[in-house]
Design a protein around this ligand. Structure first.
Ligand code: DAH
Length: 344
């Protein structure tokens, strides 16, 4: 009887029906009312008491094996039959899962943040709706001074007859909030959206994005500013990218400069991205004007610092050679999907 069971066990394990009929034949053969298992249990009645003990267990295990095999195959064929009915073929590859991509501005912003984080800068944010104080006055823009015209402002609300609440024109306003609300040293970068009243074209938009940087401590010098920005450029655009500083003017820094880098497209040889000069401007910077420090309650005799501000779109243009600013906000999928796929 043991030999018989062993043989059946092998047969059951190897059994693989081609269709529902074969499976039904299997059921009748092993589990049917006149089937093998029934027959074995009949035989079992006649064995001696000694054998009964060991054999009972073997027989029960065998029965469970046959039942389990049948149930498993039945489920599979039922499913197969159902899907056949529905005209489904489970062997076909599944539908592709559309994975989005990151917006180029997000990619660049993250990259900039990561570089400055490694230098110990923290990230700070401020409101997009600002008052005159934070956007202009505290930053040393004199009242009625033409410097305010540098930035065409969307004013929202008047206060005492004077334009007061506006959409911020630059992220320099976040510097003010940071200095007003904390104690030096400060080492922060401040990414965000800014607004200017400009006609929309390939080269100008009524909103864009900036990253502001601020470093205030004792004994901070212009050479710290130069080295920090030099390092930033090497990290972002690769070793060997040249930088140069040109004197400039911003009300909130003194001295002020604009920083150019060797053209990332033609490597300085001259192309229409750099207007055949070999250089492209990427940011404004300077030593924070003592008036700004005092406006924010910081002792300008003790502390000095530098600040810088750059447009993220500009940085992205140079990295990805995007020549029309409008592409960044139109959300045309053909444009967006050209950038790095998101990781899920
Ligand atoms: N706020 C300036 C702008 O929007 C950029 C800028 C220039 C920021 C010099 C700075 C700076 O912090 O020091 O054009």
């Amino acid at each position: 009887m043991q030999a018989q069971i062993d043989q059946y066990t092998t047969e059951i394990n190897a059994f693989s029906p081609a269709n529902a009929e074969e499976l039904e034949a299997f059921r009748i053969k092993f589990l049917g009312t006149k089937g093998i298992i029934k027959d074995l249990f009949e035989q079992f009645k006649n064995v001696g008491p000694e054998e009964k003990r060991t054999f009972g267990k073997v027989l029960n295990q065998f029965k469970q094996l046959a039942e389990a095999k049948y149930n498993e195959l039945k489920e599979a064929t039922d499913l197969g039959l159902k899907t056949q009915d529905l005209g489904l073929d489970l062997t076909l590859p599944g539908d592709g899962f559309a994975v989005g991509s990151r917006h180029p501005l997000s990619l660049i912003r993250t990259e900039i943040i990561d570089i400055f984080k490694r230098l110990g800068f923290v990230v700070a944010e401020g409101p997009e709706i600002e008052d005159d104080w934070h956007n202009f006055s505290a930053l040393n823009f004199p009242e009625e001074h033409p410097a305010r015209d540098m930035q065409d402002t969307f004013f929202i609300k008047k206060n005492h007859g004077k334009d007061d609440i506006a959409l911020r024109t630059h992220t320099s306003s976040v510097q003010v909030r940071m200095m007003e609300n904390g104690k030096p040293p400060f080492r922060a970068i401040m990414p965000g959206r800014v607004y200017r009243n400009e006609a929309i074209s390939a080269r100008a938009h009524c909103f864009f994005h900036q990253v502001e940087g601020l470093y205030i401590d004792e004994n901070v010098s212009f050479s710290d500013l130069k080295q920090t920005l030099y390092h930033f450029v090497q990290e972002l655009y690769g070793e060997g990218t040249k930088v140069r500083f040109r004197p400039s003017y911003f009300p909130f820094t003194e001295p002020s400069a604009e920083m150019d880098i060797s053209c990332t497209i033609c490597k300085g040889a001259g192309c229409n991205m750099c207007k055949y000069t070999g250089w492209v401007e990427i940011l404004g910077c300077g030593m924070v004007d003592p008036n700004v420090l005092e406006n924010c309650g910081i002792d300008s005799a003790k502390f000095t610092g530098f600040a810088f501000g750059m447009g993220i779109e500009r940085i992205a243009n140079l990295k990805y050679v995007i020549r029309d600013l409008r592409l960044f906000s139109e959300n045309d999928v053909r444009f967006l999907k050209q950038f790095q796929a998101d990781i899920i």
